[in-house]
Each structure stands twice: as structure tokens, then as C-alpha cells.
Design a protein around this ligand. Sequence first.
Ligand SMILES: *Cc1c(COP(=O)(O)O)cnc(C)c1O
Length: 372
Amino acid sequence: MNIPLLDLKAQYQSMRSEILAAIEATCDEQGFILGPRVVALEQAVATYVSSTHAVGVASGSDALLLALMALGVKAGDEVVTVPFTFFATAGAISRLGAKPVFMDIRPDDFNMDPTLLERVITKRTKAIIPVHLFGQCADMGAIHDIARRHKIGVIEDACQAIGAAQNGKRAGVLGDLACFSFFPSKNLGGFGDAGMVTTNDKELAESIAMLRVHGSRVRYVHEAIGINSRLDALQAAVLLVKLKRLDQWADGRRRNAARYHQLFADAQLTDHVTLPVTHPHNFHVFNQFTLRVRKRDELRAYLKDHGVGTEVYYPLPLHLQNCYRDLGYQKGAFPQSERAAEEVLSIPIYAELTDEQLQYVVQMIAAFFRKR
Ligand SMILES: *Cc1c(COP(=O)(O)O)cnc(C)c1O
């Protein structure tokens, strides 16, 4: 059996004619940059997450950059985030000449550990970026309380978490600003790069809309030094078709996650495999289903030989990346992040997987550990 980590072809087939019609209509209009389809997507995403504003941008990475710019983050400032995330979270901070200040994660959900937050805040801290890793929200209540006390902005890196919720509120309204990615492998993926920033703050939204077009509100009048980061009408056309089905896909991912829990329990693999934990106040949308395993790299090679695609998100924490050696962090600085980097393995979770395929994945993992 051959089961890739993610297979978007079945999803595409289920809505092919609707997507091609939307692309054709956009081509007939010959309007490709921003425009009414992008406005429609912004309104649809704002409605979806219950924010008052949403601003379409070119990628999730740019969403983070623009959110930091809107909060006024500049050279010499500090921004607190976690080292166990995709590079873009910290890269956006460095692009502005600001300094990423890392702190460790919780071992259970792989997210920012709020009990460690206060000790890394200094007079220079301008913002905190918690990441909702793998589709589960970080502990935003605790993070927000600390941020409020210190008058620091909170930016959700919700790139993996559209549709996720905490205490009944969706990612997108759990901080001051939230950043989404529509990279093809995200739960809501375009046909290329695209992103969005949501907020309930009118001024921040207007600021991002200005910064994404070179800092201009009135054409050729530039009130700030912005960037070129617009969402394409073609991406918006595709994403509008897909957004209608997002909850259905999230349900499929959640159903598969529950089934994996059952199958792993039946296979009695608990000595070898730790399954992802969902906190009771969280609604997890499983952009990834991430195990902790012993002999991770051997298991990964074995699964590959038996047709099962996996990935390691992420093998090298950001504080140990070469490009960040100037920050001066040593190995051992963030033990939970470093341990996670050695143990994690994400397995296929997309909605279209069949029960036979889920069973096969667990059987292969059981077969690997039986031999050892
Ligand atoms: C995907 C991702 C990003 C960046 O999004 P792009 O659209 O690829 O630029 C940022 N942060 C996290 C956690 C992501 O998963």
C-alpha cells in the first residue's frame, strides 16, 4: 500500500469543476491583484473566525512580518517566541532587525509554556508570538493575561490552525492579531502562496492594508515604508471554493485522529509511541498528527520502505540553527524543544484516508516495534 503524508488529489477531484469555473471567471475578468474576490475572501475569513477585520496578504510569512510592522516592532526590540516551530515565525522578527527571544514549549501539546513566559520579558519586549502548532491552540488565556500586564502585543501564529478553537473562540481572535497561511499543505490551502491577518482592531487592520501596498493609502503617496504583499485574485477564487468545505475536512481529520487513538490502543504500542494530547478546552484541527516515538529515524525509514509517508516537523530547533548562532543559545537551553525535535514524527491524517489505510499505518508501526 502507498500512503503519502498528504494527498491533495482526492480533495481536488471532489470540487474540480467548481474550482476550474472560479479560475475561468477570474481569467475572464483579467483582474489579478486584490479586487472583489480578495475582499470576498477577507469577509468570509473574518466571518469564519468571528473577527471584525481580515486583510489578505501574499503568504503566512508575510502575515507575520506585517503584523509585527503594524505593532511598530523595529530594530533593537525583542519579540518572544518558541524555537519549536517553522522558521518563518522567528524569521519575520529578524527581518525587522528585532531580536527573537526564545522560550521553551510544554511537552504535552508542543506549544509555548506560559509558566516560563514572564522571566523572558524585558523592557525591550514588544510582542509575543505563540504558535498554535499542528492545529491546536497555545494556552492563550494565560499568555494574554501576562501580555496585558506588561502592555505587550500578542500575535497568534495560526498558520497551522485555521478552524482551531479554545473555550469556544476560534484562532484568529485569541490575541491582538492572528496570522494565517494558505500554503497548499495547510488545512485551507491555495494553489500557491497566500496568507491573511485577522484582528478586532480597526487601526491595526488599516495599518496592515496600507503596509501591504508599500505603505500607501492613496496611490503614489507613501506614508510608511511597507512591502509588496498582496493576495492574488486567483488564489482568492480557489480559497473561496475551498473555505466552504473546511469544516468538513477538519471533521475528517478529527475522525481519523480518534480512530488512530483506538487503533494504537488496540495494538498495545503505548511503550513505544506517545499519541498527541488534546486539552479539553481546545478544538484541535490536526494539521498534523504528530507522535513521539523511540528510534524515530529508523521507524521513519521502515515506514518509507513500506509505502507510508511521514515527516519530521521540526528536526532542528531554531535556537540551534546556524543563522541564529549570534543569538548565543547553547544546546540544552530549551530541553523540551530539543527532545521534541528528536522524537516527533507526523503520520498521514488528511480527511480522505480510508479506514484500511489508517489500519495499515498502525500495522506497519506495530510491525517495526515487534522486530526490535
Ligand atoms: C506555514 C507556516 C508559516 C509560514 O507560512 P507561509 O505561507 O508558508 O509563508 C509560518 N508559521 C507556521 C507555524 C507555519 O506552519
